[in-house]
Every structure is written in C-alpha cells, then in structure tokens.
Design a protein around this ligand. Structure first.
Ligand code: FAD
Length: 482
C-alpha cells in the first residue's frame, strides 16, 4: 500500500488517539469534528493529486528504499529533476485551490533527517541514520503524513536556551536511560500536527552551544504517544457551511495550529536521531530551510495564481478589464508569482548531492523568493482592493440578498457590466473579500511572513551565501581603488 487515498488517510486518523484540546474542550474524534474538517481536507487533496492521472507523473516517484512507486511527498530528493518536480507539483496543487496541503513538510523534514543523521553517524559512529531510513521506509510504505514540530516557545529571545529562567522554554532531554530518553518542553506552532500520523521533532530554533547538549534532540514519534498534548487554535474559517460569503475559506482552507506539549515523554532509542550532538543543529537548520523555502516558492505562486484570477474576474465584471492601470496591477501580480516560482526552480537546479544520496537545494534563491513573496503579499492585496473597489469592504450580507424585501434593491444596485448576473458579481466580490479581508486572509498573511522562519533569519542566510567581498573587489576596480 505505498500509495494511499483520502479515505485511507482519514481512516488512519480514526485509529489514532491523540490527546487534543480546542477552545477549552477535549476533542476525542478529530476526523469527524467540524473544526478539523478544513485542515483534514487540505491534507487529503494531496492524496487526491497522487491518485489523479493528470498529476501522477509529478506527484509520484520511484523509491530506491521500497522499490515501489510512492508519493512524492514521502520521497528522498535524489537529484535536480526530483527537486524541480517538487516545485512544479506544489504550484500544480493550486489547481485543487487549497492554500496549503501541508505535505511539503513531510518531504522537507524527512530529507533533513536523512541528511543530518548521516552526518552525525559519520562523526560519532552512531547508528542514527539506519533508524531514520527505517522510519522513512515505513512512512513510504504506509504513505503516512509526517508533522513538523520544530519551533520552541523560546521565552526571552535575548537569552540562550540554557540561560532561560524556565529551562523548558526549549524542548530538552531530562533523562537518559538504557532504553531511551525522556523529553520535556513544547513546540509552539505546529500546523496540522494532530491530524498527521507521526511527528518528526527537531531543534531548529537556534544553533546550540556545548553547554546546551540536552537541547540538541531529534526524534520521531506517533502523535498519540503518552505524554503528548495538542492545544489547538480553531481554524480561521467559518464553521457553518457558507453559500455566497467566504466562498473560499469555507470550502478550501482551514488548518488548525497546535502547541504540542511534551510532558516527560519517553522516546525509545530506535526513534532517536540526535541526542546531544549540538554542533549539528546549525547545519540541520540550514538544510531544513533550504528544502522548505524551495517548497514555499512553489506553493506561494499557486496562491497568487488564484489571487490574479479573482482580480481579473472582478475587473471583467466591473467592465474595467482593459483599463491600462488594471492591466498594470495584474501584470505586477503575475511578475510576483513568476519571480517567486523562478526562485524555487533556481533553488532546485543549483542544489548539491550529499554523500548520503540526498540532493539538497541551494538556500539563497529559496530564501530570497520566500521573503520577496511575503513582502509582495501586501502589495498584491493592495492591487486586489484597488481593482475591485469599495464593495470588498461594504457589500451587504448574503441574508439581505436572499431577503425579498431588500434583495430586489441589491439585485438592482449591485449590477455591474451588462451580461453578468448580479449574483456572479457579488460572488466575485465576496471571493476578493475572503482573500484579502477575512480571518482566513489574516492567518494566511501570518503564514506567509513568519511561517517557515523569520524574514531576518532568511536575510542572514542570503547574506552568508552571497560573496560580498567579491562584489566589493569589483567595485574597487570600477572605482579605480587599489
Ligand atoms: C501560520 C504559521 C504556521 C507555522 N507552522 C509551523 C509548523 O508547522 N511547525 C513549526 O515548527 N513551526 C511553525 N511555525 C513557526 C514559525 O516557523 C516561527 O513562527 C518562526 O520560526 C519564528 O519564530 P517565532 O514566531 O517564535 O518568532 P521570533 O523568533 O520570536 O521572532 C520575532 C521577531 O523577533 C526577532 N528576534 C527573535 N530572536 C531575536 C534575538 N535573539 N535578537 C534579535 N531579534 C530577535 C526576529 O528576527 C523577529 O523579527 C508556523 C508559523 C506560522 C505563523
């Protein structure tokens, strides 16, 4: 069963018993809970793509581990073609309309663990890599969803993990036993975590020093492991079915965010791939960022494609599509999508093959594209509102439109260009409102800016990768200095 479908995935969630809380209540059955509907559907579309003949070539790969055709989301990237296929797949996922299928995390975290466990073994003669390989083989065979639990609560940001007043502000080992380790702490923002099958936990919040070895801990564990609790934020979508309002977020979005508590959780050695090797946390962060920012440069243009379509549609319905400034707004949005996508492809083609067999994308283009697209999201929304006009913020509710007493006026005065039914124009406006001015739009903005890493961390990565001295040398020659 190397390729699963959406039903199999949802069934797998029913078999799990994670300890989940949301809005003050324990949630026993997330698979059938309305709060989790949008998030679970977002993940499930990735299974739809793998089973869809239209996307099969992009969405599957041959696994050297299992000798089977597997989902690309579980694949270890072997070469440039694999990396390119992943970026293309992420953009193609836009055809399913979900803003985030979340499966890129599975791929990005498995590839990172593959690389770092190999590196640690090389130095310390440990046997981490075989454990990771075993876990990945299992994920590939079962076609599981892996959740990324990476970023710690971090307390006072000016203090290192070992200097925090509360030592649990960064997840750490509290006991080493002959059969495994016990860990305590939390991971603060794990998207979708309760509806994954397994968590891969890694320290990526900051590089660690020699007195912080207990914080250098990486492992994988089922979501319903004893001692793990998920405290969830409700999704930023309407929970009741919507017909005309919030047409996008009520049907296609809705990830749940979770703080994952590790209250003295026992992890057997077979599931540990880092336990004290602090000098590897920096390279681990870099590798994860390289994989994940390349992914972001695939999914962000997919969302921009929808934003461009919505903007062109409302211009069409308003009768302004051919106005020069409207064409300019659309063109700028298209350029943002294409530059971001190009950064993803550049990261894919400039990668390097590591001794372990994994192909690691180049960091700088992916970091650049991610920060660029995040900054441009505000500009895109500016264009979307500029092109649409005030009704994005002032349009009456669906209930008034359906009420015969008021609906006849709205039918008359919300009319745009001849030939376009009023309701179509209203739907287009409600889509723009959903994409730019709804609770969902706010969540998405946060994900675009900070999700995956702070802009500053990525800027620093760009500066490190860029040869500034060489550019200064050229400038000196050009200026006739020295
Ligand atoms: C929607 C969303 C989904 C996410 N999903 C996941 C997920 O699935 N898994 C996961 O592990 N994480 C996830 N994250 C977390 C994300 O990776 C983090 O938000 C990000 O790494 C930044 O961490 P932070 O939020 O603690 O911000 P901080 O690190 O507190 O940064 C806030 C600001 O303070 C600055 N700052 C921080 N420390 C210092 C310092 N020492 N000196 C000077 N300036 C400093 C930063 O540069 C930044 O400007 C998600 C985030 C979002 C928004």
């Amino acid at each position: 069963m190397a390729i699963q479908n959406r039903e199999g995935y949802i069934e797998s969630l029913r078999r799990q018993k994670p300890k989940v809380f949301m809005a003050g209540e324990r949630v026993e059955n997330i698979a059938d809970n309305a709060m989790f509907r949008g998030g679970i559907n977002s993940v499930a579309v990735a299974y739809d793509a793998v089973n869809d003949p239209k996307y099969k070539d992009l969405a599957t790969a041959n696994s050297p581990l299992t000798k089977q055709v597997i989902s690309r989301w579980n694949h270890i990237v072997e070469n440039e073609q694999d990396a390119i296929a992943k970026v293309k797949l992420l953009r193609a996922m836009g055809n399913y309309l979900v803003p985030c299928s979340y499966r890129c995390i599975t791929a990005d975290i498995l590839n990172t663990a593959w690389f770092i466990s190999y590196e640690i073994d090389k130095k310390y003669n440990t046997s981490y890599h075989q454990r990771v390989v075993g876990a990945i083989r299992d994920v590939q065979m079962k076609d599981s969803v892996v959740g990324g639990a990476l970023v710690d609560p971090k307390g006072d940001r000016s203090l290192r993990p070992s200097k925090q007043v509360d030592p649990d502000m960064y997840l750490h080992i509290v006991e080493r036993r002959s059969d495994g380790i016990v860990v305590r702490g939390a991971k603060a923002h794990s998207t979708a975590a309760p509806y994954t099958n397994m968590l891969f936990v890694m320290p990526v919040s900051r590089p660690l020093s020699d007195d912080e070895k207990d914080y250098a801990v990486g492992f994988f564990t089922p979501v319903d492991t004893e001692g793990i609790t998920f405290i969830c934020r409700p999704p930023a979508i309407p929970l009741e079915p919507k017909e005309l309002e919030e047409p996008y977020s009520s049907r296609f979005a809705g990830h749940v965010e979770a703080m994952v508590i590790f209250d003295d959780v026992f992890i057997p050695w077979e599931r540990v791939f880092m336990a004290g090797e602090n000098e590897f946390t920096g390279p681990m962060m870099d590798a994860f960022a390289s994989f994940h920012m390349m992914s972001k440069c695939g999914c962000r243009p997919a969302s921009i494609d929808l934003a461009i379509g919505a903007t062109a549609l409302i211009a069409d319905y308003n009768g302004t599509e051919m106005a020069s400034h409207i064409r300019e707004c659309l063109t700028d949005m298209i350029m943002t999508a294409e530059i971001t996508y190009s950064c993803g492809l550049a990261a894919a083609v400039q990668g390097v093959r590591h001794d372990s067999g994994v192909y690691i994308p180049k960091g700088m283009p992916g970091y650049t594209g991610k920060v660029f697209a995040a900054k441009k999201l505000g500009e895109d929304r500016y264009f979307m509102q500029e092109v649409s006009g005030a009704l994005v913020a002032t349009m009456a509710s669906e209930k008034d439109y359906r009420n015969p007493e008021t609906g006849k006026y709205l039918e008359k005065y919300y009319k745009g260009r001849e030939g376009v039914p009023t309701e179509h124009r209203m739907r287009a406006f409600k889509l723009i409102e959903d994409l730019t001015a709804s609770p969902y739009a706010g969540w998405y903005h946060g994900m675009a800016i900070t999700g995956g890493g702070t802009p500053q961390a990525l800027r620093m990565g760009v500066l490190v990768d860029y040869d500034l001295e060489e550019s200064k040398r050229k400038a000196k020659i050009a200026a006739g200095i020295g």
